[in-house]
Design a protein around this ligand. Sequence first.
Ligand code: DQA
Length: 138
Amino acid sequence: MKIIIINGPNLNLLGKREPEVYGSETFEDYFSKLQFKFKDVELEYFQSNIEGELISKIQETGFSYDGIVLNAAAYTHTSVGIGDAVKAVETPVIEVHISNTHQREEFRHISYISRAAHGVILGFGLKSYDLAIESFLF
Ligand code: DQA
């Protein structure tokens, strides 16, 4: 089972960025825990602050991997291009968010990804990623 986590802009700053919203753990530390927990899963991690790089990664993995866990971060609320890429690929994409975006500003209530996503998990902190990976195992 091959699963990739794709993180969008500013998620490279997890641990430092608004810890009251996103927690104080770095994604690298959390990713090591995921690798330990899901030993039988070939887990990969990619992060970019650049919209086109996220689209390219979705295209590159979206016909051969078993699952994509996508947190497009701020692009969730703006990017028709990422939404189209999710629609275009065959691999199921789970949209995740660390925070409950529906409890936050109005502009975060819109997602250009949900319509094409296989499922959406949000509001569980970093555990949202755990839950998304688990959803591929059943
Ligand atoms: C986020 C929510 C987005 O609104 C925000 O722009 C992010 C992170 C989340 O994981 O909660 O950068 O996707």
